[in-house]
Design a protein around this ligand. Structure first.
Ligand SMILES: Nc1ncnc2c1ncn2[C@@H]1O[C@@H]2COP(=O)(O)O[C@H]2[C@H]1O
Length: 251
């Protein structure tokens, strides 16, 4: 699997882009940095988007994506969202008020977008990938994903505070090559991290003690733009890498 880092922050500044990864040019993980990073030709190749939860920084490019690729693809771009997330997208984004309902445009039988719902905790197929969703800990329904192409597995934590379910699922995963793990706030903001369902370097350290790592890389993302420098200092002693924009990995 090829993994491209399009966005690896928990917000946006000229030097930071919201969460967005691209697998094998065709599968996007979250949609926080699609339209500002990919060309129109590259955007037209994205067949599926896995959305971990409904918060704005993870879904914000879906409306612009639909408007850009309409009329340029043979089939809809499929957005895979948990029930609560799908409901939020339908009611609050593609509601003909904030943005046109592109799940019915240009026609309801051949729309540019399809929203496909999964049950948090279920395993489903997306093209050649088997995707296991794992509910994690956040104020809205949020899922981690474990994605396998039959040879390698790659996991993304989604936005989460401390969790047991994710580590249990990861410890049972064969051929796990990498875990993309969220880290949002510095240790001085532990109370905010706890209330908003996020990790700090301190809780990354304690969470990693639950992980039978087996050689998998741990790559951190979702650093809040205002705290990147402080976070990198606090993370330096941990056995992890902090992701950078534009990086590409092959698993
Ligand atoms: N109680 C809170 N006080 C201040 N900021 C918050 C609070 N709850 C959520 N947030 C912010 O709102 C953001 C929503 O997206 P995130 O979960 O990435 O990160 C969250 C925090 O940055």
């Amino acid at each position: 699997m090829k993994l491209q880092v399009l966005g690896c922050h928990g917000g946006e500044l000229p030097s930071c882009r919201s969460t967005c990864f691209l697998v094998d040019d065709v599968l996007a993980l979250d949609a926080g940095a699609l339209t500002g990073t990919l060309t129109l030709e590259q955007l037209c190749k994205v067949d599926d988007v896995l959305v971990g939860h409904s918060h704005f920084d993870h879904v914000k490019d879906l409306p612009l994506l639909a408007d850009l690729v309409i009329g340029r693809r043979d089939r809809p771009v499929t957005i895979h969202a948990s029930r609560e997330c799908a409901k939020a997208l339908r009611e609050n984004m593609f509601n003909n008020s904030l943005w046109p309902d592109f799940t019915r445009i240009p026609t309801r039988h051949k729309p540019v977008l399809a929203i496909k719902t999964f049950r948090a905790g279920s395993t489903f197929q997306v093209g050649p990938y088997t995707v296991k969703s794992v509910p994690v800990s956040h104020p809205v329904e949020s899922c981690a994903f474990i994605i396998s192409d039959g040879k390698s597995s790659l996991a993304m934590s989604g936005d989460t505070g401390p969790t047991d379910k994710l580590w249990k699922a990861l410890n049972a995963t064969k051929n796990l090559k990498a875990l993309l793990l969220e880290t949002s706030f510095p240790n001085s903001l532990q109370a905010l991290a706890d209330i908003s369902g996020h990790l700090t370097p301190a809780t990354v350290g304690s969470e990693l003690r639950k992980f039978d790592r087996n050689g998998a890389q741990v790559m951190l993302y979702h650093l809040k733009p205002a705290f990147v420098t402080q976070l990198k200092k606090e993370l330096a002693p941990l056995p992890v890498n902090v992701l950078e924009l534009g990086e590409t990995f092959q698993f």
